[in-house]
Design a protein around this ligand. Structure first.
Ligand code: AMP
Length: 190
């Protein structure tokens, strides 16, 4: 099972990924987590991306695709993969198809979590105040930048998937459990 979770920052992709990992044993491939880990470990990738993450811009497609290529080959034996925060550009979306094809895999399920922008701002402000892990990019200025970038760079993917695949839209403003339930139904019926 190869599942993409699409949605803006704060739409619940991470929370729902956790649910899917627990329930189905799939692995979560979150490019944001991978990049933050690289920064924390001060790897060569971390050094390149640190400032980009801090200002909320997108890391270059080439680097992201290379990271995903490596990660994908490590997960061959897993029952499923959740792509969280990837793809974020049309080029990444097309590269993912190519990568999956080369690994004899296909895209099985594409889910969009939709949440109104004012709710996203509230959620992320809350996440920033409650979390013990400080995310530099959860400040209000950087968040607004990330939302702008989402609207310009990532929203077109939604149109791309709507016209080439079946895109399942879920109201991400429902309770966490209600969203999980909808996702569960989609996975079970796939
Ligand atoms: P996230 O945790 O998914 O919100 O990602 C945090 C930050 O990592 C983003 O604001 C980008 O700077 C970077 N990032 C994560 N995934 C990608 C991606 N697929 N393409 C480009 N940049 C990314």
């Amino acid at each position: 099972m190869n599942l993409i979770l699409l949605g803006p920052p704060g739409s619940g992709k991470g929370t729902q990924s956790e649910f899917i990992v627990k329930k189905y044993g799939y692995c979560q491939l979150s490019t944001g987590d991978i990049l933050r880990q690289a920064v924390a470990n001060n790897t060569s990738t971390g050094i390149i991306v640190k400032d980009i993450l801090a200002i909320g811009k997108l890391v270059g497609d080439e680097l992201i695709i290379k990271i995903m290529e490596e990660k994908l080959s490590e997960t061959q034996s897993m029952p499923g993969r959740i792509f969280d925060g990837f793809p974020r550009t049309i080029l990444q979306a097309k590269s993912l198809e190519d990568l999956l094809h080369r690994n004899q895999m296909k895209l099985d399920l594409i889910i969009e979590l939709s949440v109104d922008e004012n709710i996203l701002i509230d959620r992320i402000t809350k996440r920033a105040s409650e979390s013990s892990v400080i995310r530099e990019d959860d400040s209000i200025q950087v968040l607004k930048k990330r939302l702008d970038i989402y609207n310009v760079e990532t929203k077109p993917i939604i149109d791309y998937y709507s016209s080439h695949y079946q895109l399942h839209k879920i109201d991400g403003m429902m309770t966490v459990d209600a969203v999980s339930k909808k996702i569960e139904v989609l996975i079970d019926s796939n």
